[in-house]
Write a protein that binds this ligand. Sequence first.
Ligand code: G6P
Ligand code: MG
Length: 218
Amino acid sequence: PIHACLFDLDGVLVDTAKYHFLAWKRLADELGFEFTEKDNERLKGVSRMASLDILLEVGNVQLDDATKIALAEKKNNWYVDYISSMDESEILPGSLSFLKELKEHGIKVALGSASKNAMKILNNANIVPYFDAIIDGTKTSNAKPDPEVFLLGAEAVNVSPEHCIVFEDAEAGIEAATNAGMRSIGIGSAGTLTQANYVVTSLADMSVEKLQRIMTQH
Ligand code: G6P
Ligand code: MG
């Protein structure tokens, strides 16, 4: 049985993945190369600096560390600007009712996000009270697919990995779950999230009953 659900934030609970993409694309535009949604899949779930490295690889651009730090900050300033006006309307369909249902069933809920902006987003979306533990980019030193973020989440709610399930929209995040010894549910397309134990289009397709049923089969 599942005793804890660990949620990625961007692209799973809130619709912020599009703002990350917009900000990275804006940076690529400035640097003078094309950056597509397909390229963007590789950035999902990946830390800010690691994302920049992938972006620069796509553009075949080499830069020194000081310039990279400045560009990452520039991207983040745009991103923070995009999310500054976000509110509950950016919560993805099904998220709230599923979080409520988990609470009713006594299943622990933890956040496992690479973002250093997670608290800002949770506050703007008004969903902080749903979490028993919040692990974000300010508390981790190893980016997904490293399992650190999910292992810290499991530890914080005192549930062993085999009784945890991870909800992720990123390949790196699904891999991180596997590396943590946890099962995972992909949010998005089964064609992209091939390593997930099960894939749904959104949390609107999820319920506690369905979750327990899926988990007895996978
Ligand atoms: C999440 C997103 C990534 C983002 C990372 C770091 O995992 O999926 O796209 O790069 O967090 O976010 P931050 O807000 O700290 O730049
Ligand atoms: Mg994500």
